[in-house]
Design a protein around this ligand. Sequence first.
Ligand SMILES: [Zn+2]
Ligand SMILES: [Zn+2]
Ligand SMILES: [Zn+2]
Ligand SMILES: [Zn+2]
Ligand SMILES: [Zn+2]
Ligand SMILES: [Zn+2]
Length: 370
Amino acid sequence: GAEATMEPSQDKERPPCPALSALEEEFQFVLCEGCQKESPNLKLLTCLHTLCLDCLSENKPVGQCPVCQTAIPQASGIPNRDNLLFSSLQARLSVYKKIRSGGSLDCCRCHKETAAVWCSECEEFLCVSCFEAHQWFFKKSSHEARKVEELRAESAHHFLEGTRRSCSLFCSSPGHNNQGHITSIYCRRCEKPLCCSCALLDSQHSQFYCDIRSEIRQRQAELDTLSLDLREKRSSFEAAHEALQSKAARLEQVSSEMQQQIRQRVEQLVQLLRREEEELLTLVKTQREQGYRVLAGELQRLDNVLRRMQASERLVQKMRLYGSEQEVMDMQPFIKASLEELQRLQPPAAGGLAQPGGDFAECQARLQAL
Ligand SMILES: [Zn+2]
Ligand SMILES: [Zn+2]
Ligand SMILES: [Zn+2]
Ligand SMILES: [Zn+2]
Ligand SMILES: [Zn+2]
Ligand SMILES: [Zn+2]
């Protein structure tokens, strides 16, 4: 969400000059990594992320970096250390933008005249007469003041390089650092810069003294070496990251293949079952029709016998009621033969005729087997 939060508010203020917007983009790193805004209170976390005090006081969960989740050791969740470098860069960049904007700049001392020079040590614009007073006052210390016109033509990089305070390491003893006690001695035992008078008091450490500049160079070199070593470590982390990502991709691929397999197989099975359903239903229908045909034939036969029995019973009865002696004598043997024939007939036994279609045993078996 970092990019999203910075765009809307800053778009209107952004200068139309393309060089300046490129500059803002390049030096976006001096802004708070939470809100992407300038802040006079930039804190440096142990993870080396930089956040403003506002973001840190609203940070949730408290006690961890919102960018990389590294723990913040302070109970308040506010680190002790300021990011002096970025704060100073912000200030110097805003000076540079003021210079580049082209308008006339007021002297910071008298507030009347137009500024002619910039002193990076005092961080002030000075008019010609205030500059003369400044030169007299700071004769001994090396305040490098530069002409505004010259600076206006300079690139931001040159300006920032030129304005880094080169000679402003002060003695660290209490009361000395704000009195302009500039130092060139570093005691490696006390691990602090000393002015000449403090060095006299610390003379038992004189074998640990070195030039402050060589100490600075050594510290810088130390950071460079560590940073270079870290690059190797970083590539192993990047490799691990890549490996994990490819595992994630593989997981994604395998799972989607599995899903497809399941769908295909189930689709196959459904079609198989549908075909089996079709066949079984057809089989039942065929057997039912066959069964009906058998039963219909048998029923017809029984019907015919019953009709014959009815007719003979009626004839015998009517002959007794109305028949003459001559008729009985003539017809009796014929009727008798027919009745005897009927007597010989047997109805089918109750269990004699197999149940047509059986119990659809084949269907049952195939249904069970599905
Ligand atoms: Zn912030
Ligand atoms: Zn962090
Ligand atoms: Zn002035
Ligand atoms: Zn100055
Ligand atoms: Zn010492
Ligand atoms: Zn001192």
